[in-house]
Each structure stands twice: as structure tokens, then as C-alpha cells.
Design a protein around this ligand. Structure first.
Ligand code: GRF
Length: 192
């Protein structure tokens, strides 16, 4: 079974989708740890309810990114985590984790990258008036949403769609695409 750690900062619907996919045998992995940088994030509740160990930290209590990533790294190594899966983690990954988990950190982003990287991708796409939107799963590098793309899924934006309809559609896609992409990736890396 592939041991993974999830990193999240917010609501955690993608974390929930991962928990559910594992329960339904759609994803053969075990979530060994949730790493969260926001003590009030709802994702913490979701993890606790699923019996997942949680590591919560506040970046401002450390002198640098390197310092808190060293603490995270030692936890990941203790638990023999093979993959880091970002699901709404609102921080750039730094040198410490990138070096130790090269090509083993994955992110999901609510746009068809390389368009609309960074914050509020949905808002950016709406402002631009794009007629096709989507979701991207990609490897993480030192940039903001810039690593090689693994999978994408698109949909046509109908005229009647409000922002809330678009967000709902994006989440529905994410909750399917993320677990299925991870499963394919884990299958290709059988040394997990
Ligand atoms: C998702 O839209 C994901 O693409 C982005 O952050 C959002 C997290 O949503 N990286 P949730 O917390 O999983 O509901």
C-alpha cells in the first residue's frame, strides 16, 4: 500500500474525496498524515473523523520555511511517506521538501494550466471570459503551479453558469480526477 501525506489549508473537500476513494477501493493508498498550516481549517476535522494523524503548524512561529519544512520532513521520514499530495495547501513548497521528494509532490489546481496559475484561478478565468475551464493535476516544482502536467479535465462554460455553478463543477471534476490520477501514478511507480 502506498503511504501518502496530504497537505491542506482549508475546507478539505479534496482530502475527503481521497478518504472516500480509499474506502471504496478506488485508490490503493494509506493517508499516514495530514499536514495543515491553519489551526482553524475544517480539513482538520475531516482528518480526525477519519482517524488520520494531523500535524498542525503555524509558519509564523518558525524563523524560516526551511525550519518548518525540516520538522515536516522528519515526520514524513518517520512514517516512511512516499508521496506528498497537496490539496488546497496555500504555501509554496521549499527546497527542503523538494530535494527529498523530487518528482513525488503532486498538486491539483482549478484551471487549465499554464493559464491562470496562482490565487483565485476561477476568478481570473471568469474575468477573462474563457469559454472552456478545467482542472490540472501536476508535479510540484519551485514555482507557483508550474511543474509538469500529469492530467487535465475540461468543461464548456455555459452562458447561464454563475460563479457558484462553475465552482461546483470544478469541485466535482477534482474529486474524480485527483484520486484516479494518483492511482495511475502509483501503478506506474510500483517500487512504492
Ligand atoms: C481546490 O480547488 C484545489 O484545486 C485548489 O484548492 C482548492 C481546495 O479545495 N488547489 P478543498 O479545500 O479541497 O475543498
Amino acid at each position: 500500500m502506498t503511504k501518502i501525506a496530504l497537505f491542506a489549508s482549508g475546507n478539505g473537500s479534496n482530502v475527503q474525496a481521497m478518504i472516500d476513494a480509499i474506502e471504496r477501493n478506488k485508490l490503493s493508498a494509506t493517508i499516514e498524515l495530514l499536514v495543515c498550516d491553519r489551526p482553524n481549517a475544517y480539513v482538520i476535522e475531516r482528518a480526525k473523523q477519519a482517524g488520520i494523524e494531523v500535524f498542525v503548524f503555524q509558519a509564523k512561529t518558525f524563523s524560516s520555511k526551511e525550519e518548518y519544512e525540516k520538522v515536516i520532513l522528519s515526520k514524513l521520514q518517520q512514517k516512511e511517506i512516499k508521496w506528498i499530495v497537496l490539496a488546497g495547501y496555500m504555501r509554496l513548497i521549499g527546497r527542503v521538501l523538494l530535494t527529498s521528494y523530487e518528482k513525488r509532490i503532486i498538486n491539483i489546481h482549478p484551471s487549465l494550466l499554464p493559464a491562470f496559475a496562482g490565487k483565485d484561478a476561477v476568478g481570473q478565468a471568469i474575468d477573462y471570459g474563457v469559454k472552456v475551464m478545467g482542472v490540472t493535476v501536476h508535479f510540484v516544482d519551485e514555482g507557483m503551479d508550474t511543474g509538469p502536467i500529469i492530467s487535465q479535465c475540461s468543461f464548456h462554460v455555459e452562458d447561464k453558469m454563475e460563479r457558484s455553478d462553475i465552482e461546483l463543477k470544478i469541485h466535482q471534476i477534482e474529486h474524480q480526477l485527483y484520486p484516479s490520477t494518483l492511482q495511475k501514478l502509483f501503478n506506474q511507480n510500483i517500487q512504492n
